[in-house]
Each structure stands twice: as structure tokens, then as C-alpha cells.
Design a protein around this ligand. Structure first.
Ligand code: NDP
Length: 446
């Protein structure tokens, strides 16, 4: 490891003990940025990298709620306000039992660079709870969301901090959270994104992250004069991002053959067509069932407790969670002919897996670039709320498409190496850094 990176990371680890995901996210960024900062010492003197690794503010609070049996339950609530140099804090809320401070700090840190790449004026934040919506009734989820928002409402606002969804937080949860904010503050404002279309939401927001990851993959393919047509695609997850990545990849001519959840994956060699995808949407978003039921319905393979990366494919779209592709799985993907990885999830590839992609010079789009479509359309939702109007589906989709093209161009600008290989990791990190760093330099030591 570069000794300067090692020295920097030793400080980060000492100051943030036990937060392994946060360390991983910072290291992945500083490996690209430290050489750039060495060439641009103004950033070094202003300790921009050190400041970026320290959240501006962190809230940690108790969330008490009553379950259906009348028993009191207590969860932890968090909001990380990471960086507001270029706009109000923006980033999702995750409700999942694995949520802790380190996980949310990694997500908030990534979000700062991602939001900068979108070209929109948004700072970075992230929040959530160790609450698990799985197996809870709608009333339990509502009571939890109301208690969570009762505290969170003190810290957020349309010009301060605008949360959205993430794992475990979809349309239902955003509705309950928005209702409670409005009730407490007596304001109908764009304080959350991912809202329902009848009450301030944007068309294409549910689709945006999945579509964006596919648009980004398509831009990468274009650099090789190639496209999705006829390609076999492996997708992990079966939630929001996975569902719309499946839809767009299929629309562009790819054949999606896998989906998963935390219990296992399905392999459908005939491809997940529109009808089958409609079944998945109903299963996951309405019935809240398990992906295994897909295999039972369509008579295809189900692999309990496994991830889909052993299935032969051309394109892999990890869309479930962090560290879901390890070094060995990356090697398997490549030896099976996979040459495109576009990350719908945040940090789904381990550092070892990323090394494998880069060594083999495949087309690898890291999450902070490839999945920025979700927050980009959240930014467009904020604009529509401020303007008090709604754009059409076509208008939003076109803006999303252009933003993904622009992110790709930024990656090419900062990431093209001497032999012509586009290192999208370097490109995304430096491209995201420059705008935030310049804003921080202009605003003094805050
Ligand atoms: P959802 O909650 O809608 O879906 C998550 C999916 O991932 C589910 O299929 C879930 O399975 C699976 N999953 C979650 N945790 C694990 C785990 N530990 N191991 C295996 N599978 C797991 O979330 P989203 O689709 O919104 O988010 C997916 C990823 O995309 C996350 O990394 C998120 O941060 C990222 N992302 C999301 C954005 C958005 O707009 N929603 C924007 C940018 C990034 P199960 O049901 O069994 O838990």
C-alpha cells in the first residue's frame, strides 16, 4: 500500500475504532485521491481529505414503539450529516438489523462523492435504524416510523437535510415518515424524496437507481462499441434497485437470469420477462414474500443460502447490499466470461474483488457512479417540489439518462490511463472529489 495511504488510514482507524465498513469506504477513495492531492497541494494544506472523513454532525437517538402484542420495543435511530459543502445533506434511510454507526458512515461518505458526480447541488448524508421491517405488520411499521420521525424531524428540513429510502425503506415507509413530519411541523414541504406521486413525488424515482445502473453499464459498453443486446445478465437482490435494473436490462435486449434475496437466489435460464417481473414486484412489494416462491411458480432452480455469481453471464449487476461479491466470486465471474460489472448497490464488491476487476481490465462501474441515478432523481424531485410542478415521465427519464451520461464522461475524464483503460474507480473518486473540495476551500475552515 502507498505509505501515505497507510498513514492516513492509521489515523482514520484510530479515530473510528471498529467501523470496518467506514474504513473500507475511506480507503477505497483515498487510494485514488492521495496521489491527486499530492499533485494539487492546495487541497493538502487545507486538510480537505481529513475533513471529508469527519462527519459535520451525527445524531443518535432512541426509538421506542409499541408492537401488536402491546409490548414496548426499542431501536436505535441515526442520522449522519456528512458534508454540506455543495448543498443540503441528502441521502437515504436504511432500516435493517445490520445497521450501525460504521455502516451508515460508510454510506454517508460514499454519498458525498456520488451526489457531487450527479452535477446537482446536494451534500451527503445517510441515516436509519436497526429496526427490521420484515415480518412486521403495517401498523407496527407505522408506529415505528412515527416514533423515528418524531425525533428526526428536529434535525431535517427541505433546505437542511432531505432523507430518502434505502434498504427496508420504500414507498410505504416514506409515506408514514412524511405524514408524521407534516403533522409535527405543520408544513407540506419537500423534506423527503421518494414520495408518492399524488403528494409531491417524482415520476421515475422508483425506477431511477436500477435504470441508472443499466444506463451506466450501457455507456461503458459503448466505449467498446457494444450493447446489452443478446447479453446474459446476473442480478442480485430482488428489491427496488434489482427490480428496475431487471426491467431496463431486458428492455435494452439483455436476458436477466438471476435474482436473489438474503435467503438464496433463483436461476431462470429462459430469462425474467415482463410477466415474470410483474410477479416479482407483487411478491416483494405487496405480499412481502421470498424469492424462493419465484422458483416454485416458474419451476426453475433455487439455490438456498447462495449468491448468484457462479452463474455464467456477460454482465453482473450487484443490487443487494455491501460486500456481496468477494475476490473468489469476482474471479469466477471473469473466468465465466463476465466483462461488465455495474453496481446498483453501495460497495457490493470487496476490495479483493475490485482488484480482480481492475487487474483484468473489465468494464467496472463502482456504485458511487453507477447507482447515482437514484439520488439524481431525488434531486429532480426536490427541484419539482421547489417549483411546485411535476415533470412528465419522459422528461425525468431523459434528465436521468443525461445525468448518467455526464457521470460516465466525468469518469472517463479523470480515470483514463495511459494505455486507454478507463479506471472508473479513480475517475469517480477524483471527479466527485474536485467539486466538493473546491467548495470546501472557498468556504473556509468549517
Ligand atoms: P430493498 O430493501 O428494496 O432491497 C434489498 C434487497 O437486497 C432485497 O432483495 C434483500 O433481501 C437483499 N439484501 C439486503 N440485505 C442483504 C444481505 N445482507 N444479504 C443478502 N441480500 C440482502 O433495497 P434497495 O433495492 O433500495 O437497495 C439495494 C442496494 O442499493 C443497497 O445497497 C442500497 O444502499 C443501494 N442503493 C439504493 C438506492 C435506492 O434508490 N433505493 C440508491 C442507491 C443505492 P431480503 O429481502 O432477504 O432482505
Amino acid at each position: 500500500m502507498n505509505p501515505k495511504v497507510e498513514q492516513f488510514m492509521a489515523q482514520v482507524i484510530a479515530k473510528n475504532p471498529g467501523e470496518s465498513e467506514f474504513h473500507q469506504a475511506v480507503q477505497e477513495v483515498v487510494e485514488s485521491i492521495i496521489p491527486f492531492v499530492e499533485e494539487n497541494p492546495k487541497y493538502k494544506h487545507a486538510k480537505v481529505l481529513e475533513r471529508l472523513a469527519e462527519p459535520e454532525r451525527v445524531f443518535l437517538f432512541r426509538v421506542p414503539w409499541i408492537d401488536d402484542k402491546g409490548d414496548l420495543q426499542i431501536n436505535k435511530g441515526y442520522r449522519i450529516e456528512m458534508n454540506s459543502a455543495i448543498g443540503p445533506y441528502k441521502g437515504g434511510l436504511r432500516f435493517h438489523p445490520t445497521v450501525n454507526l460504521g455502516v451508515l458512515k460508510f454510506l454517508a461518505y460514499e454519498q458525498v462523492f456520488k451526489n457531487s458526480l450527479t452535477t446537482l447541488p446536494m451534500g451527503g448524508g445517510k441515516g436509519g435504524s436497526d429496526f427490521d421491517p420484515k415480518g412486521k405488520s403495517d401498523n407496527e411499521v407505522m408506529r415505528f416510523c412515527q416514533s423515528f420521525m418524531t425525533e428526526l424531524s428536529k434535525y431535517i428540513g427541505p433546505n437542511t437535510d432531505v432523507p430518502a429510502g434505502d434498504i427496508g425503506v420504500g414507498g410505504r415507509e416514506i409515506g408514514f415518515l412524511f405524514g408524521q413530519y407534516k403533522r409535527i411541523r405543520n408544513e407540506f414541504t419537500g423534506v423527503l424524496t421518494g414520495k408518492g406521486i399524488e403528494w409531491g413525488g417524482s415520476l421515475i424515482r422508483p425506477e431511477a437507481t436500477g435504470y441508472g445502473a443499466v444506463y451506466f453499464a450501457n455507456e461503458m459498453l459503448k466505449t467498446k462499441n457494444d450493447s446489452f443486446k443478446g447479453k446474459i445478465v446476473c442480478i442480485s437482490g430482488s428489491g427496488n434497485v434489482a427490480q428496475y435494473a431487471t426491467e431496463k436490462a431486458t428492455e435494452l435486449g439483455g436476458k436477466v437470469v438471476t435474482l436473489s434475496d438474503s435467503s438464496g437466489y433463483i436461476y431462470d435460464p429462459d430469462g425474467i420477462n415482463t410477466d415474470k417481473l410483474a410477479f416479482v414486484l407483487e411478491l416483494k412489494n405487496v405480499k412481502r414474500g421470498r424469492i424462493k416462491e419465484y422458483a416454485e411458480k416458474y419451476g426453475c432452480e433455487y439455490h438456498e443460502g447462495k449468491r448468484p455469481w457462479g452463474v455464467k453471464c456477460d454482465i453482473a449487476l450487484p443490487c443487494a447490499t455491501q460486500n456481496e461479491v468477494n475476490e473468489d466470486e469476482a474471479k469466477t465471474l471473469i473466468s465465466n466470461g463476465c466483462f461488465v460489472v455495474s453496481e446498483g448497490a453501495n460497495m457490493p464488491s470487496t476490495p479483493g474483488a475490485i482488484d480482480v476487476y481492475l487487474k483484468n481490465k473489465i468494464l467496472y462501474g463502482p456504485g458511487k457512479a453507477a447507482n447515482a441515478g437514484g439520488v439524481a432523481v431525488s434531486g429532480l424531485e426536490m427541484s419539482q417540489n421547489s417549483l411546485r410542478l411535476s415533470w412528465t415521465r419522459e422528461e425525468v427519464d431523459e434528465k436521468l439518462h443525461n445525468i448518467m451520461k455526464s457521470i460516465h464522461k466525468t469518469c472517463v475524464t479523470y480515470g483514463t490511463e495511459n494505455d486507454g483503460f478507463i479506471n472508473y474507480v479513480k475517475g469517480a473518486n477524483i471527479g466527485g472529489f474536485v467539486k466538493v473540495a473546491n467548495a470546501m476551500m472557498a468556504q473556509g475552515y468549517v
